[in-house]
Design a protein around this ligand. Structure first.
Ligand code: PEP
Ligand code: MG
Length: 533
C-alpha cells in the first residue's frame, strides 16, 4: 500500500508506525475515592511534574516551540486555575476531571479571544498528559524513547512535536501542508515527513513503513533501497551561485546558524522575542535582546523583520482584539496604526543594537500592501536612524506597484508562505489546503518571476525567505528566476548551499524556464528533478 502526500526533507527513513492517539480513558470524567484536599494536592504535584517534564523535553527544541509551550504552562501553573478546579474536587471529582472542568470554564471566560482559542487544544493536550500521569495510564502520546518510530497523526501540535526524541525517525500526517507547524518543525529537526497523506490514520500501530519525502509518498513495508533517490549535488564552485542565509527567531537559532555555512541572516522573526512577554518591554530591554542576537548571528548581513503579530502569531501584550478573519485583518505592518509607540520603540532598540555591535543590518516590514505603507515605514526607519530599509513581498497587491517604489528601498524579501496563502486564498495552516500552498504551484513561480523583474528594474536585491527556499531544487529555480539570495532554517542551510554550489547561472536559468513551462506543481517538480537525476 502506498500513500501519497507532500514530502518534507530529502532523506528517506524506515520505521514502525506509532499512531498518536490519546486513549479515551485519559479524558473520562471520574469520581474520586480520596478527600478533596488529597485530590488538590495530587493535582498540584501532577501539574508541577508534567510541566517540568514538558520543559525538559522542549529544552533542546526550537525557540518558537519553547516560547509557545512556556506561555501555555504558565496558564496551567497559575494557582487561579487550581482554585477553579477546587469546587469540582469538593463535589467528588478526581484531579484530572477537576482540571478538565476548570479548563472548560476558563475557555468560556476567554470568550472569543482568538489567541487563547487557538491554543486551547494544546492546553487540553497538556491536561491530558497530566491526567495520564495521575491515572497511571500510558501518557497521552508517550512516544517510546527506544526504537525507530514513524509518528502518524492527523496533524501535530507544538506540544506533540516538542516530545520528539532520537527515536522519531519520520512523520506522516493525514492533514497539514508545506507551511504547517508539522512541516516547519520536521524541516528544522531534519526529520523526513509526508504531510497531507490521505489514509494515514488507517495505518496500524507497529507496521513497518518507508517515509519517502523525495517521492512525496509513504510505502507500507517499503525498503530503504526503494526510496526515491535524493539528488546528490556535487559542488563545482567554492561558493553557492546566490547567497544562502539563515532564518532565526532568537539567540539559540542564531547560535545554531553560526555552525552552518550561512552567510548571515535573511529573516529574523522578531515576534518570537515577544511571545512570552505580558507587558511591552522597555527600549533598553529590547536593545539588550537584539544585541545578544546580533552578536550570536553568523557573519554576513542580518535582516531583521519588525514584529509580525496577528493572525497565526499571538503576541499577548499587544492585546489584539478578536477578528472574524484574522489572516485578512490587522496583522504585520498594519498594527503600526494602533501600536505606534511599540513600533517606534522596536526600531529605536534595533538602531541602538546596530550601533552597539557594528553589524551590517537591514530592517524590513512584514505584510505590506500599498506604496503609502512603504513610505510610512521608510519614514519611521529614517526617524530611528536605520539606513537599510526593506519590505517583505507577501501580498499580491504589492507586486504590481513595486515599480513605484523607486528610491524608497534597499532590498525586498519574498515571504512565499504568506504570498501563497494570499495568492491562492488558501489559509496556510488549513489542514486540507496543503496542495494549494505547494511552492511548485505555477501561479506562485510565475509571480516570483514578476517580482524578480521588478526588483531588477528598481536596482535592488531580492531574496526568498519562505519555507519554499529550503527545497534545494526550488532554490536553484529561484536563482534562475533572478533571485539574489535565499534564507532557510539553519538545518537546511548546508543542503541548499551544496545544491547552489553545484550549478552555474546557465543551468539555473534553464531550470527556471523548465519550471515556468509546467502547468501543474507535480509537472514542475518532476521536470526540474529530471534535469538533475
Ligand atoms: C513568509 O510568509 O513566507 C515568511 C517568511 O514569514 P512568516 O512565515 O513568518 O509569516
Ligand atoms: Mg509571512
Amino acid at each position: 500500500m502506498e500513500l501519497t502526500g507532500i514530502g518534507v526533507g530529502s532523506h528517506a527513513a524506515v520505521g514502525e508506525v506509532f499512531v498518536l492517539r490519546t486513549s479515551d480513558e485519559v479524558f473520562e470524567h471520574k469520581t474520586s475515592t480520596h478527600s478533596a484536599d488529597e485530590e488538590a494536592s495530587i493535582l498540584g504535584t501532577a501539574i508541577a511534574t508534567t510541566a517540568a517534564t514538558i520543559r525538559d523535553e522542549a529544552s533542546s527544541g526550537d525557540t518558537t516551540t519553547r516560547e509557545i509551550l512556556d506561555a501555555l504552562l504558565i496558564i496551567l501553573e497559575d494557582p487561579e486555575l487550581q482554585e477553579m478546579a477546587r469546587p469540582h474536587l469538593d463535589a467528588g471529582a478526581d484531579a484530572p476531571t477537576g482540571l478538565f472542568r476548570a479548563l472548560d470554564e476558563f475557555a468560556d471566560l476567554m470568550g472569543d479571544d482568538e489567541d487563547f482559542q487557538s491554543r486551547i487544544g494544546d492546553l487540553r493536550g497538556i491536561a491530558a498528559r497530566i491526567s495520564a500521569w495521575t491515572r497511571g495510564l500510558a501518557a497521552g502520546p508517550g512516544i517510546p524513547r527506544e526504537g525507530r518510530w514513524i509518528i502518524v497523526a492527523e496533524d501535530l501540535t507544538p506540544l506533540e512535536t516538542s516530545q520528539f526524541g532520537d527515536s522519531v525517525v519520520g512523520v506522516i500526517t493525514e492533514l497539514g501542508g508545506p507551511t504547517s507547524h508539522t512541516a516547519i518543525i520536521c524541516r528544522a529537526l531534519g526529520i523526513p515527513a509526508v504531510v497531507s497523506a490521505t489514509g494515514a490514520m488507517s495505518l496500524e500501530q507497529g507496521t513497518s513503513i518507508l517515509v519517502d519525502p523525495e517521492g512525496n509518498r509513504a510505502v507500507v513495508g517499503g525498503d530503504i533501497s526503494s526510496a526515491t533517490t535524493a539528488i546528490s549535488f556535487i559542488p563545482q564552485a567554492d561558493a553557492p551561485l546566490i547567497t544562502v542565509r539563515a532564518n532565526i527567531g532568537g539567540v539559540a537559532d542564531a547560535e545554531k546558524a553560526s555552525t552552518t555555512s550561512a552567510r548571515g541572516v535573511g529573516l529574523f522573526r522578531t515576534e518570537v522575542l515577544y511571545l512570552a512577554a505580558s507587558a511591552m518591554p522597555s527600549v533598553d530591554e529590547q536593545t539588550s535582546l537584539y544585541i545578544d542576537v546580533l552578536k550570536a548571528a553568523p557573519a554576513g548581513k542580518i535582516i531583521i523583520r519588525t514584529i509580525d503579530a496577528g493572525s497565526d502569531k499571538p503576541v499577548p501584550f499587544l492585546a489584539l482584539p478578536h477578528e472574524e478573519n484574522p489572516a485578512l485583518g490587522v496583522r504585520g505592518f498594519r498594527l503600526t496604526a494602533e501600536h505606534h509607540e511599540f513600533q517606534r520603540s522596536q526600531l529605536t532598540a534595533i538602531a541602538k543594537a546596530i550601533a552597539a555591535t557594528g553589524r551590517d543590518v537591514g530592517v524590513m516590514a512584514p505584510m505590506v500592501s500599498t506604496v503609502s505603507e512603504v513610505r510610512e515605514f521608510k519614514a519611521l526607519c529614517d526617524e530611528a536612524g536605520i539606513t537599510q530599509v526593506g519590505i517583505m513581498i507577501e501580498t499580491p497587491a504589492i507586486v504590481p506597484v513595486m515599480t513605484d517604489l523607486v528610491g524608497l528601498l534597499s532590498f525586498v524579501s519574498i515571504g512565499t508562505n504568506d504570498l501563497s496563502q494570499y495568492l491562492f486564498a488558501a489559509d496556510r495552516m488549513h489542514p486540507r489546503l496543503g496542495a494549494l500552498n505547494d511552492p511548485w504551484q505555477p501561479g506562485l513561480l510565475r509571480t516570483i518571476r514578476t517580482i524578480a523583474e521588478s526588483a531588477r528594474s528598481l536596482g535592488i536585491p531580492v531574496g526568498v525567505c519562505g519555507e519554499s527556499a529550503a527545497n534545494p531544487l526550488l532554490s536553484i529555480v529561484f536563482a534562475g528566476l533572478g533571485i539574489d539570495s535565499v534564507s532557510v532554517a539553519p538545518s537546511a542551510v548546508d543542503s541548499v548551499s551544496t545544491a547552489l554550489s553545484a550549478v552555474d547561472a546557465d543551468s539555473a536559468s534553464h531550470s527556471a524556464r523548465v519550471a515556468l513551462a509546467a502547468s501543474t506543481p507535480a509537472d514542475a517538480e518532476a521536470a526540474v528533478r529530471a534535469l538533475y537525476s
